[in-house]
Design a protein around this ligand. Sequence first.
Ligand code: ADP
Length: 183
Amino acid sequence: MVSFEIVRGDITRFPAEVIVNAANRYLEHGGGVAYAIAKAAAGNAREYIRISKEAMREQLGKESIEHGEVVVTPAMRLERHGIRYVIHTVGPYCGGVWDNDRREKLKKAILGALKKADELGVGSIAFPAISAGIYGCPLEEVVRTFKETVEEFSKEAESVERVYLVLYSERDYRAAKKAFDFE
Ligand code: ADP
């Protein structure tokens, strides 16, 4: 069984073996949670961008990722919190609009990271609210999609046992909890 829990916190110091980055296609880590992770991991964001792009070339042989594709980078300074890897995934851009296509893209982004975590043989993985920030997808729909996707994944999970959705602000945490409990 895979457990799914909504928690409040800063993902850059959340003690899961894997943390997921809500990245853009080019792994530029210019703002939001991506910048926070890059800065916390490498000390300066530019260095982590360089490492991420190199990892993308090595792992996928290209310069950008699609929804569902992921790149793994080392945790570096985040290791002090028990984090072993960062998995970069890219969610859909919504700009306030939600539809089935966006739901499918978000599902792919979440599932890609979950499967990669299984491949890495880890037990725990923490996600930020992918696409619910700069990409403007409704938080309630993002939470709902997380719940559905983790349920689907739990049928095939091998090593992953605990999945966390980490909300940064108290307001988002409350809204996410509400959406989750309502389901
Ligand atoms: P996206 O472009 O996919 O929307 P963002 O980085 O803008 O990604 O936001 C995704 C979510 O991550 C937002 O809800 C934002 O509040 C949250 N976030 C920002 N910093 C952190 C952090 N340090 N830990 C956890 N979540 C964070």
